[in-house]
Design a binder for this molecule. Structure first.
Ligand code: 5GP
Length: 146
């Protein structure tokens, strides 16, 4: 999918937001929803998405919503750090198929990294065990300071 087009509400994250698909929730406020990635690139890979937006990518989001979204990303990143004690954190975001985007509802990846530990492939590794993801989500949620 190119950078141009229309938001399709039937995308996976739209379904998660409407409760039509399960997710391991980490955090939610009026503006953002955060949950575990089911194909985690590292242990603790978390996604942060805007709740009320129909932006498919970064370019389409309103500056006001972007501000709230970035605040949410920082809240979640701090909680991931606090819960899992990584050596580093990757915060990333893809726009358009050519850039690696696979789900067309704007989102940020929070990916903890540890020295000497490899990172899995983007959106194509093994699916995590749902109960392990729920446990991790609870660990991170317990460290949220919002
Ligand atoms: P993108 O490739 O668009 O930047 O990121 C989409 C992310 O969503 C990928 O990291 C992928 O592993 C994750 N993902 C795909 N399907 C699902 C799903 O059904 N549930 C969750 N929680 N994550 C998903």
């Amino acid at each position: 999918m190119s950078l141009d087009g229309h938001y399709d509400p039937s995308n996976i994250f739209g379904k998660i937001l409407r409760g039509e698909m399960p997710s391991a929730k980490v955090f939610e406020n009026d503006d953002v929803y955060a949950f575990m990635d089911v194909f985690p690139q590292t242990r603790g890979h978390t996604l942060v998405i805007p709740k009320r937006s129909q932006a498919r990518n970064f370019l389409e989001e309103s500056p006001l919503q972007l501000g709230a979204l970035m605040q949410g990303v920082q809240i979640v990143a701090k909680a991931v750090r606090s819960a899992l004690n990584p050596d580093g954190l990757v915060i990333t975001q893809f726009n358009g198929t050519a850039a690696g985007q696979t789900v067309f509802h704007l989102h940020f990846h929070v990916i903890p990294r540890w020295e000497g530990q490899a990172v899995g492939r983007h959106a194509s590794g093994g699916m995590a065990d749902p109960s392990e993801l729920r446990a991790l989500a609870a660990e991170i949620a317990a460290k949220i300071e919002a």
